[in-house]
Write a protein that binds this ligand. Structure first.
Ligand code: OGA
Ligand code: MN
Length: 208
């Protein structure tokens, strides 16, 4: 497989500096063109191959877990290191975890991630990624795997201000774009998509 090695745009010390600085100052960063296209293609293939395994995503944990079609309607499959693309992606996230720990002392100790496929008409209403009373999700990452996304395709990630809930960012789910933000701080949502939408959502977790 082409270019799944460690040498790509956001996988180096300069990029980790930039990401750490942004997290310290604004709490989030939007990185365009940060994953090699070949890796994006291979990852999207993995989520399509796993289509039979895609599960309706749930909301909450334990007793609070439910399949609530009014909150989110995407399908998910958890990543695991069983394909070269997933191995490359998870190896990169591991370097990012170590790089951010060295810079920010966040005590990130692991990373969980899933492919998400939103069919036409799917959405994810406004939410926070860190569960109440379980502040173990510290940083959220979302990587987009959609070539030639057009404005009419909608399905943007909308990020809101933690202070007054005003809309701060509208992110098109373009191929190779990655967003990183503090999980307990930024309410966000996925607008109704007008085209099938592929992504990987992931979370660096801290010790409880
Ligand atoms: C999530 C999420 C955002 C996106 O899965 O928790 O907010 O743009 N995803 O896919
Ligand atoms: Mn989220």
């Amino acid at each position: 497989m082409a270019e799944t090695g460690s040498n790509f745009p956001c996988n180096n010390e300069e990029a980790f500096d930039r990401i750490a600085d942004a997290l310290k100052t604004t709490g989030y960063i939007i990185l365009a063109d940060c994953i090699p296209f070949a890796l994006c293609e291979a990852l999207r293939e993995q989520s399509v191959l796993g289509a039979d395994e895609l599960k309706r995503a749930g909301v909450g944990r334990g007793q609070a877990y439910n399949l609530d079609g009014l909150i989110r309607t995407d399908g998910i499959r958890w990543l695991c290191p069983d394909s070269p693309a997933e191995i490359a992606f998870l190896a990169w996230m591991e370097l990012l975890r170590l790089g951010l720990n060295r810079r920010l002392f966040l005590g990130l100790f692991d990373y969980e991630s899933h492919f998400a496929v939103y069919d036409t008409g799917a959405f994810y209403r406004k939410h926070l990624d860190a569960f109440q009373g379980l502040p173990n999700r510290v940083l959220s990452t979302v990587c987009y795997l959609n070539p030639y996304w057009m404005p009419d395709d909608c399905g943007e990630l909308l990020i809101y201000s933690p202070h007054d809930d005003t809309l701060m960012e509208t992110v098109s789910p373009d191929l190779a774009t990655m967003v990183i933000f503090l999980s307990a701080v930024f309410p966000h949502e996925v607008a109704v998509t007008h085209r099938k939408r592929y992504s990987i959502a992931g979370w660096f977790r801290g010790r409880e």
